[in-house]
Design a protein around this ligand. Structure first.
Ligand SMILES: [Zn+2]
Length: 142
């Protein structure tokens, strides 16, 4: 499978065609940008993927991230917070109300802060891999 190509408008008004690498696509998605052009916003609202890129018109409604971003966020945040909470408990043994006052906001902040970037990266992976409806459009099999 060849890397998807993106069309760009150069500063001189010429249309340029560039290959998008998987790392570029994932980074663009992680930062909430269109995996195709990297300039348009991927999300209309929090966690709501736009139907199309407002800059290049790339169709994004084919995404099927479903619960996978939430699964990855739970896995990641759990592997960050639980060892830290255990370390603090064994080393300092703070009172329980202090543990709750610290770890609940940290857990919620990490989970909410990582959910949209991880969803963006997953949508970008689906776009790059031609999964679901993404592949039909690029290959002209619509
Ligand atoms: Zn775009």
């Amino acid at each position: 499978m060849s890397a998807p190509a993106s069309l760009f408008l150069s500063p001189f008004g010429q249309v340029a065609r560039m290959q998008t690498t998987s790392a570029q696509a994932v980074a663009r998605g992680f930062f909430g940008r269109c995996p195709n052009c990297g300039r348009g916003k991927m999300f209309d609202h929090f966690l709501k993927v736009a139907d199309c890129c407002p800059v290049c018109g790339e169709e994004l409604f084919h995404q099927r991230a479903d619960d996978f971003p939430a699964y990855l966020v739970i896995l990641l945040v759990g592997h960050i917070v639980v060892p830290l909470a255990l370390l603090v408990e064994t080393e300092y043994a703070p009172v329980m109300w202090l543990q709750v006052a610290v770890w609940v906001p940290v857990t919620l902040g990490l989970a909410l802060g990582l959910l949209q970037p991880i969803k963006g990266a997953i949508v970008a992976i689906q776009w790059f891999g031609g999964m679901h409806g993404f592949g039909r459009r690029r290959s002209g099999r619509v």
